[in-house]
Design a binder for this molecule. Sequence first.
Ligand SMILES: [Zn+2]
Length: 72
Amino acid sequence: MTRQLDATRSDIEKDGERRRLACGCEVQTSRDFLGRVVGTILTRDAECQRGEHAPGRVVIMPGRENARPEDR
Ligand SMILES: [Zn+2]
């Protein structure tokens, strides 16, 4: 019996983390089949204006687009 070590495993460090989006919604993060970080909406914030942020829906997490160098 051989166990294959997934080379990309070390890249997945935040998998399954709970995060709160800027809009207030809480998501459970994971990776989709393309390796993107996505969030499954857990709770929708009352202030949220985003129609797609319904519990159970999967959204692409803010990544490179929102993590601009000037924000850090
Ligand atoms: Zn939201």
